[in-house]
Design a protein around this ligand. Structure first.
Ligand SMILES: Nc1ncnc2c1ncn2[C@@H]1O[C@H](COP(=O)(O)OP(=O)(O)OP(=O)(O)O)[C@@H](O)[C@H]1O
Ligand SMILES: [Mg+2]
Length: 465
């Protein structure tokens, strides 16, 4: 039978021409039959594996990178792109384009396929097809694909383009969507106590160099940081600085976008090595969760939440995150960093603060004198050795009040003229000082009034105690 079909195929090929036949067989179930006549085998590499977990296929990402270097003069349609951070223009295959590759003594063919969604409910399908002679099957499975993945890693490392991933969903499948991370924050630009900066950088340096150490002691190669401090003190900027320093991608996990622990597990499992997983404002997410618990256990008279409110509520249990940190995460992946941020450390669940859970607690403080000097140097080019006449006054004011680096930075960028910018900062600081004084006076006044209104026997008792 197969001889008959092969004869028929070669006869048809002679009559219609090879390309016409390939066109006819393409996108139809006959394609595989046609491939078998040619002793060809095809592997398909889809973007998201439709497993129970719905994880992004890491071979797909590798192939995408690998093929960039393989695009040659025969490729008819190529996509070109470049972001400000990329050193060179990036070329990728356009739909339906093919590339031939040579590995050891045989050739393989890659084709990029994209099938648009049939209707509003279905998804677009994107995949790479890898075709080769079936006698090379073992070589492709045992060595070629590993080679592609390793080569892609080298290309990615050389490109040094950082990405930030956010959770996204398509139909019932959840995956991470990436954008290029172009946050300019570095340890040099951060207004922080220099000793604290050094402590963090040393910790990161030690972490990346300790592969053997983690292996020897039987611990997962991971590290957790808790950043706490008021809004505008640089928590997010520090995370960006860490990513830029280590050249790690960021996975920004918005807990409120995840509806249960299974989804959380799927999202976490599909993150890649050498990355920073960020969960910002952990206190807010957990408060919402507590509110929901209260809601469930409250008596009937308590006002019920509307459906819309409920949808907004955080449903991920803290235990899910801990399972990940202590259990699952420990068993998969290397060079993982997890960062929690909060504005209110005292509102956090004590379980998160337990010694050993987060490796390092980092306090992001209000602006200090050294912080101001870093900002003044970065924003206005003012050096410590040659300070502006207004710097002394500013440092005196900053020392005695709570002003965030974000507020200071905001004033310093109002003008390129150092005098104008510093004068704006002095004005802000003086107004703040004035307001704080007023508030203090009002508090004192209120205390006095309260005391006057108190019956005399209570007033005396208070004075005795
Ligand atoms: N320590 C800092 N050093 C340098 N710039 C800072 C610092 N803190 C804040 N800034 C400036 O203020 C902006 C806002 O800061 P950032 O978003 O990092 O604060 P945050 O602590 O994450 O605030 P939130 O708690 O609201 O998320 C930054 O983009 C940066 O310009
Ligand atoms: Mg932030």
């Amino acid at each position: 039978m197969s001889t008959l079909l092969s004869t028929a195929a070669s006869y048809a090929a002679t009559l219609m021409g090879r390309s016409m036949i390939e066109k006819f067989f393409r996108n139809s179930y006959l394609q595989s039959l046609w491939a078998s006549f040619r002793s060809e085998l095809t592997f398909v590499v889809v973007v998201v594996e439709h497993t129970e977990v719905g994880e992004r296929n890491q071979i797909y990402d590798s192939v995408e990178h690998y093929l960039r270097a393989k695009i040659g003069s025969r490729t008819r349609r190529v996509r070109a792109s470049k972001t400000p951070r990329q050193q060179t223009t990036c070329f990728t295959l356009d739909y339906e384009q093919e590339v031939t590759d040579q590995f050891e003594n045989f050739k393989v063919k890659w084709r990029y396929v994209c099938i648009p969604p049939k209707d509003h409910h279905s998804e677009e399908k994107r995949y790479y097809e890898l075709s080769f002679h079936k006698k090379h099957r073992a070589k492709v499975m045992d060595s070629y694909l590993d080679y592609v993945v390793a080569r892609a890693k080298e290309i990615k490392d050389a490109e040094k383009v950082l990405k930030i991933f956010t959770p996204c969903s398509s139909g019932s499948y959840r995956y991470w969507e990436s954008t290029i991370l172009e946050h300019p924050s570095t340890f040099e630009t951060l207004a922080m106590d220099p000793a604290e900066k050094k402590r963090i950088m040393n910790d990161l340096d030690m972490f990346v160099q300790r592969k053997e150490f983690y292996k020897n002691v039987g611990k997962a190669w991971k590290r957790g940081y808790l950043l706490y401090g008021p809004p505008g003190t640089g928590k997010s900027s520090l995370i960006a600085a860490m990513a830029n320093y280590l050249n790690y991608n960021i996975y920004d996990l918005e807990l409120t976008s995840i509806s249960n622990n299974t989804e959380l597990r799927k999202a976490l499992l599909s993150t890649s090595n050498r990355s920073i997983l960020v969960i910002e404002d952990i206190d807010c997410s957990l408060n919402l969760q507590n509110r929901e618990k209260e809601e469930e256990s409250s008596d009937e008279e308590a006002p019920a939440l509307t459906k819309k409110d409920k949808r907004k509520l955080q449903k991920v249990a803290l235990s899910g995150i801990f399972n990940f940190i202590d259990g699952l995460w420990s068993s998969c992946g290397d060079q993982r960093i997890i960062v929690f941020t909060t504005n209110y450390k005292d509102k956090l669940d004590p379980a998160l603060l337990r010694p050993g859970r987060m490796d390092m607690h980092i306090h992001m403080s209000y602006c200090t004198v050294s912080g101001f000097r870093i900002l003044a140097s970065r924003y206005l080019g003012i050096q410590d050795s040659n300070p502006h006449p207004l710097c002394g006054e500013i440092e005196g004011l900053i020392e005695s009040m709570e002003v965030t680096p974000a507020q200071v930075a905001w004033e310093l960028q109002v003008s390129n003229d150092a005098h104008v910018a510093l004068a704006a900062l002095v004005k802000l600081l003086k107004e703040k000082e004035e307001n704080e004084k007023k508030k203090e006076e009002e508090k004192e006044e209120a205390k006095k009034v309260k005391k006057k209104r108190m019956p005399s026997f209570l007033r005396n008792k208070k004075e005795i105690t």
